[in-house]
Design a protein around this ligand. Sequence first.
Ligand code: PHE
Length: 428
Amino acid sequence: MAVASSAHSTIFSRTSFFHHINGFKRFSFCLPFSSSAAASISSKKKWRQPVASSALELGGIKIAKDDVVKDDPTNNVPDTIFSKMGMQLHRRNNHPLGILKNGIYEYFDTNYPNLFDKFDDLCPIVSVKQNFDDVLVPADHVSRSYNDTYYVDAKTVLRCHTSAHQAELLRRGHTHFLVTGDVYRRDSIDSTHYPVFHQMEGVCVFTPDNWQASSLDPTAYAAEDLKKSLEGLARHLFGAVEMRWIDAYFPFTNPSYELEIYFKEKWMEVLGCGVMEQEILKCNGRSDSVAWAFGLGLERLAMVLFDIPDIRLFWTNDERFTSQFSEGQMGVKFKPFSKYPPCYKDISFWINESFTENNLCEVVRGIAGDLVEEVVLIDNFTNKKGLTSHCYRIAYRSMERSLTDEEINNLQWNVREQVQEKLNVVLR
Ligand code: PHE
């Protein structure tokens, strides 16, 4: 499925690294160019951003809104992100993400009875050390930037991957574990990208007696076991599909791979994985061991398995969505209840040096929340004076109802105002 195949690809792979550099990461140019307001009047009620409650409890830790959203230059967490922090969609057994998590648990429990420890309630607020240093992410890696990661302060982030927990769990003596959780990344807006999504991490540690019984060296032994286990997982989820292994790059594994499956006439990336860098084991009390690790995006897989066309649907409370899924029902196909008309609005401005698309998307989400479906760069030129102009097309569409002209115009008006004010650009 085209839309789902790009849902939150792993950011640490080299390919996505380059996508970042060329500045056109995941941009699609396929929307119709006319800007039409196809809105009908069904609801007079004004749409409002859900109000973030002021305190949460995560993994046994009490968190106040002020702890996460701060008026400080080292903080870039907006209210809209805080309001998602206590949701824990992956812990709802009737939700596609919870059903998928349980489906993966089932695979590991059947094939490795009582072996894997499971964590799905670890606090998403972690140190820069946990998120990056402990898993050997280089100091100049793009994923560390304020443009890509939500910083609570200079030393604290909202985890951008579940690998942030590898080191601490190894240190605590765990040798086989699965960590599921919400992860946070600043990103562009389209049907497969949302600034909060869910990952599952798996780690399996081997001791010398494991590989000594084979004729393989430790790394080859771990790589072979990794491939066998994950091929089994892919078959458990997708049935008898064709698979292939692609060489990849992650700072924390070597060798590194991506597993792809041939599904609905396309090759689709299922997960990233590899043999854990020895340095990580050494620093966490396991110098005598080797290990494998994998990380997978739950939304990416759930969109394909349950036929869910838009990533925003995972967050809806609309019963027409939620009532279609129940515990243990893996892969029940979602029946769209209705498709409401989109409305396209364009905005053009002269950018400045600090302009980034992620910042623009944050402003748009801050105003329109889940009513924004896509933000696409449709025109880009530099004039003789060296000024660069960008034109973005914003698609507004509700998953739940038709939007009125009035509310879309209001949203767009606010977007224009705040883009100018917060991003310091000159509207055209
Ligand atoms: N943490 C990686 C990502 O989010 C995925 C991964 C996990 C890759 C473990 C290899 C091993 O991009």
